[in-house]
Design a protein around this ligand. Structure first.
Ligand SMILES: Nc1nc2c(c(=O)[nH]1)N[C@H]1C(S)=C(S)[C@@H](COP(=O)(O)OP(=O)(O)OC[C@H]3O[C@@H](n4cnc5c(=O)[nH]c(N)nc54)[C@H](O)[C@@H]3O)O[C@H]1N2
Ligand SMILES: Nc1nc2c(c(=O)[nH]1)N[C@H]1C(S)=C(S)[C@@H](COP(=O)(O)OP(=O)(O)OC[C@H]3O[C@@H](n4cnc5c(=O)[nH]c(N)nc54)[C@H](O)[C@@H]3O)O[C@H]1N2
Ligand code: SF4
Ligand SMILES: [Mo]
Length: 727
């Protein structure tokens, strides 16, 4: 039998690498980087190679499961939907729409079917109780984009191919492969930057893999970025270096910013953030004088007490130094399809509002239509008429990924009904009454709806399925439409094709002008593919799937180009430098200024062979040294009597866990690093490989109620802990 070659975009992380798979007799022989891919040009990481393991994993679910008398039984798809129809509408009838909660996880952003069709289910359910991994991650970024530019998805990314000076805070793209920034092979790009005389500076409490290839690394006290960044902005003003350049014509609020940062001189913030004043002033000076420069911050600055403020200050640094929306600075990609921030009238809009409703128990305001995931457990276990009684999880594992999972676990056991759309029986889905599995990524078509909007270079790529899906296994968009039909009361037997056709017709009517020609051009298509074809044709490049498909490596749509002021959607079409909510929040930073440093604080870490909580079951990734270790500086280890390789108890309040110590001079003294996504030693899951080396769940130490109040994002970094040696 001859081998066949297939090209497939990797759906596992935001780098979205183009892969080349060799297939023989229906099996994957090899996975490598696709050299001709216009975005990733041959780059691949070990997780991409592990797509073969994922496809073949015997623990990956191929059929629905229904729990009867506490035991999961294999079920057919019609049986599973019948069971859901028997149980879900009943909860809605008896207790109302908000009695159903929905949680969406990270893979939703990576799957066109989930991303485009989950809104249909949410609309049919009509619940306010929607949660997602965004509030464990990047919602401060969305909020700041909304407040400053008028749209949640107007996310600036460094123009890395042309920059001469790049400051990275709270991100480790060499390991994570980038986030809110699609940038495969960051290592190669950093090397090129330095080869053309540029500089890379990393600010992080750990000397990370990214810091190792940088020109400069500075330890920062965890959670204190807001002070460092305020000092930087202050230094720009104080040295007279503020120049907003071309975009200045649209900026409002410069005087308010100047006044607001007045108290935060580099001298006064230095001790709080552990970076000396001379360094802050020098970095500000370099940023201002570099012809092309960018500041980028990610999860380390989002998952802390001042996540929104820090994100705002990062954007201010880019704008005030004249590098915003300019080549080599931070810029806005132009996606070929689905660019939500390009809808409406160019140059003005309605902006964003938050707090249109609030959570029942803690009155946490909605942001981007979401309630903080940290509120989920209390919404389930706090008595009251309006509590959550049924839950639908979509590609998420909050028992491991969100703070205090054991409380959530107990809550899930007490639900009237729980449905999980997931490909494993894991720490979360084991609590479900019904599990509906998605397909293997190799059985699905693919287009990056979200990440083309944050790519280092404009591009459009499309992947065909490598293998045909099993005939009776519906794609997840089908499943979501059927669930929507059940939620609306149309029943599990509803005609999915007819529903999809009707909604597509509505969609075309809303598009207006091109409706007739788009209807004709999409004849014979359905589901996400039809939406994609329509979106590409009506998009800024007027493309079609066929046009993209003809190029094996995808279409290169060129380097990033200025988008201001056309991209603005604030009322009046201004860049709001000083949104009121952020100015007010500075008071909180002022109040916390004097807070003494804790002796030991905890931060997180990512590993290249890991992906949040769910890839520890793949043999090629699971092999090698144990990765769920606590990194401790040797000085701290000596002080606390900890031995390299020995065990330590990490305690916070009444909760504790025991982890293996690994001493490392890469740690900032006083800071311990433990990765998240581990703790696979629970009963009832089916992860045979992961269970062999379960690790511990760092989130068990964190508090569900500790959040950045503006965005609702969980605080996952910089919390005080105690560390003691175990015999
Ligand atoms: N302490 C700490 N906690 C963190 C973080 C941290 O840095 N520190 N990071 C946070 C971040 S950034 C994120 S994004 C969250 C992630 O948290 P989650 O979104 O909850 O979880 P993941 O661990 O990515 O798990 C993805 C789930 O989707 C399932 N899945 C995979 N593919 C598919 C598919 O095609 N279809 C379906 N239906 N299911 C699928 C997997 O089996 C798994 O259950 O974790 C957060 N938690
Ligand atoms: N291999 C791998 N890749 C992944 C993932 C994975 O689990 N494994 N997860 C994916 C997901 S969901 C996401 S969101 C992205 C995240 O992508 P990144 O944001 O690049 O994530 P991390 O590697 O966790 O980097 C965060 C950095 O912040 C530092 N940090 C912690 N606290 C602070 C602080 O207070 N201040 C500063 N300045 N730094 C701090 C940490 O030491 C760490 O180096 O990665 C994605 N890619
Ligand atoms: S970096 Fe790895 S996991 Fe991420 S898209 Fe590329 S191959 Fe996939
Ligand atoms: Mo994430």
């Amino acid at each position: 039998m001859t081998d066949t070659i297939h090209h497939r975009i990797c759906p596992l992380c935001e780098a979205c690498c183009g892969l080349e798979l060799t297939v023989r007799d229906g099996r994957v022989l090899s996975v490598r980087g696709h050299d001709a891919d216009v975005l990733s040009t041959g780059y691949i990481c070990p997780k991409g190679v592990a797509l073969r393991d994922l496809h073949e994993d015997p623990d990956r679910l191929r059929t629905p499961l229904i729990k009867r008398n506490g035991v999961f039984e294999t079920a057919s798809w019609p049986e599973a939907f019948a069971e859901i129809e028997r149980r879900l509408p009943e909860v809605i009838r008896a207790h109302g729409r908000d009695a159903v909660g929905v949680v969406a996880g990270n893979p939703v952003a990576h799957k066109i079917g989930l991303l485009l069709y989950l809104p249909r289910l949410l609309k049919a359910l009509g619940t306010h109780n929607f949660f997602s991994a965004a509030t464990l991650d990047q919602i401060p970024r969305h909020l700041v984009s909304g407040l400053m530019y008028g749209q949640w998805m107007t996310v600036p990314v460094p123009d890395v191919a042309r920059t001469d000076w790049l400051l990275v805070l709270g991100a480790n793209p060499i390991v994570s492969n980038g986030s809110m920034w699609t940038v495969p092979d960051f290592r190669g790009k950093a090397k090129a930057l330095r080869a053309r005389g540029g500089r890379l500076i990393v600010v992080d409490p750990r000397r990370t893999e990214t810091a190792a290839v940088a020109d400069e690394h500075h330890f920062i006290r965890p959670g204190a970025d807001v002070y460092f960044l305020l000092g930087m902005v202050h230094a720009l003003f104080a040295s007279g270096a503020v120049r907003t350049g071309r975009v200045g014509a649209w900026c409002d609020g410069l005087a308010e910013v100047r006044a607001a940062v007045q108290p935060f001189t580099p001298q006064r913030v230095a001790e709080r953030c552990s970076i000396d004043a001379a360094t802050i002033e020098r970095l500000a000076g370099e940023l201002a004088s570099a012809p092309r420069a960018a500041v980028y911050g990610r999860i380390g600055v989002c998952t802390q007490d001042f996540g929104s403020l820090s994100t705002w200050l990062i954007d201010l640094l880019n704008i005030l130094s004249g590098h915003f929306d300019e080549a080599g600075g931070t810029m806005f990609p132009r996606a070929a399809a689905f660019a939500v921030n390009a809808q409406g009238t160019p140059g003005s809009g309605r902006g964003v509002v938050t707090g249109r409703f609030a959570s029942r128990v803690s009155a946490a305001p909605e942001v981007m239509g979401e309630i903080p995931l940290g509120c989920l457990a209390e919404e389930i276990d706090t008595p009251g008429d309006a509590k959550i009684r049924a839950l639908i999880t979509v590609a998420t594992n909050p028992v491991l990924s969100s703070p205090h999972g054991s409380r959530l676990s107990r809550g899930l056991e007490g639900l009237d009904f729980m449905l999980s759309l997931d490909i494993y029986v894991n720490e979360t889905s084991r609590h479900a009454d019904v599990i509906l599995p998605g397909l293997s990524p190799l059985e699905e078509m693919h287009y990056d709806v979200a990440f083309t909007q944050m790519s280092w270079r404009n591009q459009a790529r499309y992947s065909e399925p490598v293998f045909e899906r099993p005939a009776d296994h519906p794609p997840e968009w089908h499943t979501l439409l059927r669930l929507a039909a059940i939620a609306r009361g149309d029943g599990a037997q509803a005609d999915i094709q007819a529903l999809d056709d009707a909604e597509f017709a509505d969609h075309l009517r809303r598009l207006g002008a091109d409706a007739a020609s788009l209807q004709a051009a999409t004849q014979g298509l359905s589901g996400p593919e039809r939406l994609l074809e329509a979106a590409l044709r009506s998009g800024p490049y007027g493309l079609s799937i066929d046009q993209i498909r003809r190029q094996a490596g995808g279409l290169d749509l060129g380097e990033l180009a200025p988008r201001m002021p056309e991209l603005l959607r604030t009322p009046g079409g201004r860049i709001e430098l000083a949104p009121t909510a952020l100015l007010h929040d500075l008071r909180r930073a002022t109040a916390a200024w004097a807070q003494p440093a804790s002796t030991m604080v905890l931060i997180g870490r990512r590993d290249v062979r890991s992906n949040n909580s769910w890839m520890h079951n793949l043999p090629t990734l699971a092999k090698g040294p144990m990765r769920c270790t606590a990194l401790v500086h040797p000085l701290d280890a000596a002080r606390l009597g900890l031995a390299d390789g020995g065990m330590a108890r990490i305690r916070r309040g009444s909760r504790w866990l025991d982890a293996q110590v690994q001493t490392s001079t890469d740690m900032m003294p006083g800071v311990v690093s433990l990765p998240h996504g581990w703790g696979h030693d629970v009963t009832g899951s089916r992860l045979s490989v992961a269970a062999q080396r379960p690790g511990v769940n760092v989130n068990e130490l964190l508090e569900e109620a500790r959040r950045d109040p503006l965005s609702g994002n969980a605080v996952l970094s910089g919390v005080a802990i105690e560390l003691t040696a175990l015999a």
